[in-house]
Design a protein around this ligand. Structure first.
Ligand code: HEM
Ligand code: HEM
Length: 584
């Protein structure tokens, strides 16, 4: 058969261009951060030289310098030409000047309303959610790491409980329902009361939800390892009673959030809440549809599986994270979101297109051709919300790029946004018929899954967690450890995905040329080794992340922040007995 010219295929060209974007962005981040470090070092040297120079000065020179400083500090009092009597201003020309809001040279910070202080019980709840989520991240990716090693050393064990077929869904479900879902709901327990300016209705209900979701993942993991599963498609391997616990957990939190928004003291419902509430409503609908008994066989089941898989990632993880981003990004940059309306356009277009694209998982299957075509068109339509969302976030960044050099959280946000653009549009290219023909049964989809679930969802969640937890506990992790987490995860992800994409393209072409299957397995061996290396870096970064979380929440001996008036009084008295004066 004639060899295919890949460069004449749009889907391939688009993918190559998209994948080079994060690599270029990484180079930029490295450049800016290195420049900032060098500049800080040079400034420090300059200050040191100046200090040495000051020390070597004679007393006369010092006196001269002080005189000069006094002279340059002199300011006119602006009353020299008039008197201190008030000007007559009967028409209000001076005292009632209105601000011209549309001619703004400096961004105006959105006026914040007085907000309730976050009470310790609420803060503890959020930390419990995040702590449990991190446990599932470490557990789930330890299983993922082991699975990656199995591709390189398939005979590593012969235990049925640890077989690939059982552990793979343990990995995917633990990171989906344990890690990402709990982290998102935990963060929402901060965002929703904040933007509604009202306290969370029931902290007890929030704990009940946490317990139910955790129980569901524990029960699901054990039953999958024991070989008990739903015998259905991907991410739907938990049996229905196990998934019911998860659904109940989400339902309880949804009710709590709904009530919270209903008692809000703000006029509008901030766009974050639109996204979060919808995501929670969608996931319940998706779960009920996917587990409904009447279509668990035949072609109908396949169509439902496509619907479930893509609504799961798109209408649960993606929609929820976008909602969190609309809150945390403006907070972190200390300015309003670039365009509220663009956020609403992205919201409705995401709902319109994302719900149509499930069948793109089964291109060339027995599903009607027209349904596949609709899914491909919907995948192209996804360009609208993705471009709208990315533009909104990047334009919010505009004018604040310099903050990237010094902030340890913003690089996580930026990488999440960049992967939102590249990972999603790479999905669009993957839905085209030709590219799908090459890539469908290969590891290309696995690379896409990690570019999106890891590159978008995990990076965004890490950025939000590093933003929020220090606010709750008052403790920041060391910059070096956060940097190590970032770079190991980022470089690891590139090592994981890029070789897999390359190898899978070669593999797909081999199949189209009719070569033997085993030859394609041999071809993939070095690419799987790269995946194991990248996966190990990612896994190691999660251990650092867990340690950073511990540093942010651990109790420091002998140090407690007095909160109530009586605690403050006691602390004051204790200091005074030690002879320490307190101002005020
Ligand atoms: C414009 C948006 C997107 C489009 C058009 C798209 C397209 C696709 C396509 C065509 C496939 C199937 C590949 C195949 O089996 O041949 C796929 C799989 C997948 N996508 Fe996306 N994708 C998009 C965004 C996302 C996002 C945002 C996420 C995660 C947050 C995601 C996660 C996944 C996952 C996990 C799979 C693997 C499903 C499986 O196990 O078969 N995708 N995507
Ligand atoms: C140390 C980090 C990780 C490693 C080493 C890893 C490894 C793996 C491996 C070996 C597979 C099986 C691939 C196959 O069947 O060929 C897999 C599948 C998957 N993993 Fe991970 N993973 C990691 C982190 C994550 C995280 C954090 C998420 C989500 C938040 C995730 C989501 C998925 C998904 C959705 C699949 C199914 C892919 C598909 O069917 O297309 N992984 N992972």
């Amino acid at each position: 058969m004639e060899r295919i010219n890949l460069w004449s295929e749009w889907g391939i060209v688009i993918t190559v261009v998209l994948i080079s974007i994060p690599v270029i962005i990484a180079a930029f981040i490295v450049f800016y951060r290195t420049r900032a470090i060098i500049q800080a070092f040079l400034q420090k040297k300059e200050v040191e030289n100046f200090q040495r120079y000051l020390q070597m000065m004679s007393p006369e020179e010092k006196a001269q310098l002080e005189e000069k400083e006094r002279a340059s500090a002199y300011r006119l009092n602006n009353q020299e030409l008039g008197s201190d009597r008030k000007a007559k201003d009967s028409r209000g020309l001076i005292n009632q000047v209105q601000e011209v809001t549309d001619l703004r040279f400096i961004e105006k910070k959105k006026k914040s309303q007085p907000r309730p202080n976050i009470d310790p019980a609420h803060s503890k709840l959020i930390l419990w959610y995040i702590g449990c989520a991190i446990f599932w991240l470490v557990f789930g990716t330890s299983v993922g790491e082991y699975l990656g090693i199995k591709f390189v050393a398939p005979d590593i064990d012969h235990l049925s409980w640890l077989s690939f077929g059982r552990l793979r869904p343990v990995h995917t479900n633990a990171v989906f329902w344990g890690w990402a879902s709990l982290a998102m709901i935990g963060l929402a327990y901060y965002v929703i009361p904040r933007v509604s300016n009202a306290a969370i209705p029931s902290v007890r209900a929030a704990y009940a939800s946490l317990i139910l979701i955790n129980t569901s993942v524990v029960a699901g993991t054990l039953s999958l390892m024991a070989g008990i599963n739903n015998s259905g498609g991907e991410y739907r391997e938990y049996t229905w009673p196990v998934m019911l616990l998860f659904g109940l957990g989400v339902f309880i939190s949804l009710r709590n959030f709904y009530k919270n928004i209903a008692i809000r003291s703000t006029k509008e419902i901030y766009v974050s809440n639109w996204y979060i509430i919808s995501a929670m409503m969608f996931v319940l609908v998706i779960a009920v549809v996917a587990y409904w008994p009447s279509w668990q066989n035949g072609l109908g089941e396949t169509i439902i599986q496509g619907y479930y898989m893509h609504q799961g990632v798109g209408m649960w993880f993606m929609l929820f994270n976008l909602g969190l981003m609309y809150y945390f990004l403006p907070q972190q940059l200390n300015k309003p979101i670039y365009s509220y309306s663009l956020g609403i356009v992205a919201f409705w277009s995401q709902i319109l297109f994302y719900t149509l694209i499930g069948t793109h998982h089964f291109i060339f299957s027995a599903i009607p051709w027209w349904l596949q075509t609709i899914a491909i068109i919907g995948s192209v339509g996804m360009i609208i919300p993705v471009v709208a969302g990315t533009t909104n976030f990047l334009m919010t960044f505009k004018g604040s790029w310099h903050k990237l050099a010094s902030s340890y959280t913003l690089p996580f946000y930026l990488v999440g946004i960049v992967f939102y653009f590249t990972g999603s549009l790479q999905g669009t290219a993957e839905a085209f018929r030709f590219t799908n023909l090459i890539w469908h049964f290969t590891d290309f989809t696995v690379a896409h899954s990690h570019l999106t679930m890891y590159g978008i969802i995990c990076f965004m969640l890490w950025g939000f967690i590093y933003t929020l937890v220090p606010r709750l506990t008052g403790k920041e992790p060391p910059q070096l450890l956060v940097g190590s987490h970032f770079w190991l995860a980022f470089i690891g992800l590139l090592f994981y995905t890029i070789p897999l994409m390359l190898g899978s393209t070669l593999r797909g072409m081999m199949w189209m040329e009719g070569k033997a299957f085993i030859e394609s397995v041999e071809l993939m061996a070095p690419f799987w080794l790269w995946r194991a290396i990248g996966g190990s870096l990612m896994w190691f970064s999660h251990l650092i992340f867990a340690y950073n979380f511990y540093l942010m929440v651990r109790k420091t001996k002998g140090q407690s922040i007095p909160n109530s008036p009586s605690e403050i009084l006691k602390a004051k008295q204790a200091l005074e007995t030690q002879g320490i004066e307190i101002a005020g």
